[in-house]
Ligand binder design. Structure first.
Ligand code: GLU
Length: 363
């Protein structure tokens, strides 16, 4: 019969029309991220870094394709999964109780925490900033008093000395004479004057002026000493207990920003840690508080010789992969994460990016 003869062909034809799930086009996931070294880098238009490598391994396990969406700020990154712009968020996102309310997170994928970055020490007092802080409004009255005093002492001495042939001035005329006597008053102030007036009134004025000079030098020395101490105290940040009273930079909306405001520490916030570091290197803030692995990576790479990490990791945190609430991807991503830990891939990535110690050391 014709139908029987053609039946196998017909069956094959029908089967070919049904898409077999094993051969289906892999699904594509929209993955939001942001540049935060060494977790996410952009190198020659390509993304790389610990978190990117880890995600590539996970997506291979899940047999999905990835479309990365790079966000500029932490807020934009977090919101991408909230606004259905992305299915997944991965970078250096800390799992917090507050975020757990609005998002779901994978198992922890990296142990991090907060630490402090300060400018490299050992340059001694900065003369420029010392001069700046001495010649400010506080010392202006003292400086004016001394200038007026020197002019006044100069004038009195000139007045009584100019007529004397045995006087210590070379010229009786006003300008050369005043110049000489004021020069004399100024050198009396700083060191020791050459010459000594001969007239009685000028001598009395001289003694009085020398007394003022001693006082001035004492006050000035005390001011320089206390200013140097203040500068030294400002640079003496050894751990989080030294932060109150200092100006601290960090990244807007980060867990560090939360920590600093909860501890009432004077904070300047930036959109990225790079901007905070630029400000630190210019000397604006006294320190940066941010994610320990990020600060350590910078200090041991581009920042060598310029900045240093101080104190312990004082608040432990874990990074996670972020999902919208009730995402169907969370469970499979967790399974893939566990598989990568069990088969050694995770450790290989740690060694590649952190020299083996997660969160400590460099590539
Ligand atoms: N780990 C920090 C946080 O989640 C900083 C992340 C970032 O700046 O990208 O708040």
């Amino acid at each position: 019969m014709l139908a029987v003869k053609w039946l196998p062909t017909l069956v094959l034809f029908v089967l070919a029309l049904i898409p077999a799930s094993g051969y289906a086009e892999p699904e594509s996931l929209r993955v939001a991220t942001r540049i935060i070294r060494p977790f996410v880098f952009e190198e020659g238009g390509r993304l790389t870094g610990f978190s990117i490598d880890l995600w590539q391994e996970i997506s291979a396990q899940l047999n999905v394709q990835t479309e990365f969406i790079v966000k500029g700020t932490l807020r934009e990154l977090l919101d991408a999964t909230l606004n259905d712009e992305a299915d997944v968020g991965i970078a250096a996102i800390s799992i917090t109780e507050e975020r757990e309310r609005d998002w779901d997170f994978s198992h922890p994928m990296f142990d991090a925490g907060l630490q402090i970055l300060i400018p490299q020490e050992g340059e001694g007092g900065d003369l420029g900033s010392l001069a700046g802080s001495l010649f400010n409004a506080r010392f202006l009255p003292l400086v004016i008093f001394v200038i007026v005093g020197a002019l006044l002492a100069g004038h009195i001495v000139w007045l009584f000395e100019r007529k004397r042939t045995d006087g210590f001035l070379n010229s009786p005329n006003y300008f050369p004479g005043i110049f000489e006597s004021t020069f004399w008053a100024t050198t009396t102030l700083a060191t020791q004057a050459e010459g000594w007036p001969k007239s009685a009134v000028a001598r009395v004025v001289s003694v009085f002026w020398m007394f003022v000079a001693v006082l001035f030098v004492a006050i000035f020395t005390a001011a320089v000493t206390s200013e140097l101490t203040v500068q030294k105290l400002r640079s003496e940040i050894q751990g989080p207990e030294d932060l109150p009273g200092k100006i601290v930079a960090t990244v807007r909306n980060s867990t560090s920003a939360r920590y600093l405001s909860a501890n009432a520490i004077h904070t300047t916030e930036f959109n990225s840690v790079e901007e905070a570091i630029q400000a630190l290197e210019k000397g604006d803030p006294d320190a940066i508080v941010f994610d320990a692995p990020v600060l350590q990576y910078y200090a041991s790479h581009e920042g060598t010789g310029k900045v240093q990490v101080v104190g312990p990791v004082f608040r432990k945190e874990a990074y996670g992969i972020q999902f919208p609430k009730d995402s169907r991807w969370r469970k499979v991503v967790n399974e893939a994460l566990l598989r990568l830990r069990e088969n050694g891939t995770y450790d290989r990535l740690l060694v590649k990016w952190f020299g083996g110690e997660g969160g400590k050391g460099g590539r």
